[in-house]
Design a protein around this ligand. Structure first.
Ligand code: C5P
Length: 299
């Protein structure tokens, strides 16, 4: 029987860059929240003899994505089989729904769910402590997706402190808007060098926002949403700043770019408000954007 697992995405309620590190990465603090807009991954053992020399067979619904080691799922599967000492071959199918290069962590989620899915398929040969470094080696956002909980991320984003679901977000939905173009994450971080204030943020903001969201007042907390990477990205793509102004003036409690973009998210009280805002947004900005209204799970 194939094992089928959902691979959710995330938003960054806050992403505060604290400086450039000697290894070229950036030190940051972030508050991430899972969003149940999901890709689907299917895992099964390859029939004996079918894949002795090629241990990972990956297929994908999205033709523009590679299915070899250029795909994080493939790399995650190879890393898992090696670390677990498994000699069988596996087949994996990825059904893509999360937009690409979107700041929603789709590829990172796929990698983490591959580690968890294969560990389940083979009877849990690796412990959580063994999976964590494998995840971190695959990408800064991958360890977050080993937990399906809101979390603080520090270091380059890979050091995760899971949190309880946040009181102020109970019932809250997000309107996600992808403008139809992607943003390169390395470029966004590199271009931060032109914005010294955004590059060298004041530490403590992520925990501060988490504390506010543990209280009852979402409007108070929404004033603290922040993303350092908006400095370069909104300058290059001013339409994303127009989105935020429009969303805030048409009922969003808060609006922000997620990760390195290009997705904008708006927080709304419930699904009806989300749908109404989505309609208004599409009337104003046209139908070329991808949009979705999704509940933020709150426990
Ligand atoms: O870790 P990940 O592979 O997702 O990072 C992609 C790129 O984003 C890195 O190569 C680096 O250029 C940039 N990055 C960074 N600082 C971080 C995370 C990512 O500079 N904390």
């Amino acid at each position: 029987m194939p094992l089928v697992r959902e691979s959710p995405c995330k938003i960054n309620l806050l992403l505060n860059v604290l400086g450039r590190r000697p290894d070229g990465f950036h030190e940051l603090e972030t508050l991430m929240h899972p969003v149940p807009l999901c890709d689907t991954l299917t895992f099964e053992l390859a029939p004996a003899g079918a894949g002795a020399s090629v241990p990972v067979h990956l297929t994908c619904s999205e033709p523009t994505l590679p299915t070899d080691a250029g795909n994080l799922v493939h790399r995650a599967a190879t890393a898992f089989l090696e670390a677990a000492g498994v000699r069988d071959a596996v087949r994996i199918h990825l059904e893509k729904r999360i937009p690409l290069a979107a700041g929603l962590g789709g590829g990172s989620s796929n990698a983490a769910i591959t580690l968890l899915g294969l560990n389940e398929l083979f009877g849990q040969p690796l412990t959580a402590d063994q999976l964590r470094p494998l995840a971190a080696a695959l990408g800064s956002d991958v360890p977050f997706f080993l937990h399906s909980r809101p979390a603080l991320g520090t270091g380059r984003g890979e050091q995760i402190t899971p949190l309880d679901f946040l009181t102020a977000l109970r019932g809250v939905h997000v309107l996600l808007i992808h403008p139809g173009f992607g943003v390169s994450t390395p470029w966004a971080y590199e271009d931060l060098a032109r914005f010294p204030e955004a590059l060298n943020g004041r530490p403590g903001r992520a925990r501060g926002l988490a504390v506010l969201l543990q209280g009852p007042d979402l409007r108070l907390a929404a004033g603290e949403l922040y993303n350092s990477l908006e400095a370069p990205v909104l300058e290059k793509f001013p339409v994303l700043a127009l989105y935020q102004t429009f969303l805030r003036s048409h009922g969003a409690i808060g609006a922000l770019m997620s990760g390195s973009g290009s997705t904008t998210f708006a927080l709304v009280e419930n699904t009806d408000k989300g749908r109404r805002l989505e309609v208004k947004f599409r009337e104003r900005f046209g139908d070329r954007c991808w949009t979705a209204v999704v509940p933020l799970r709150s426990g």
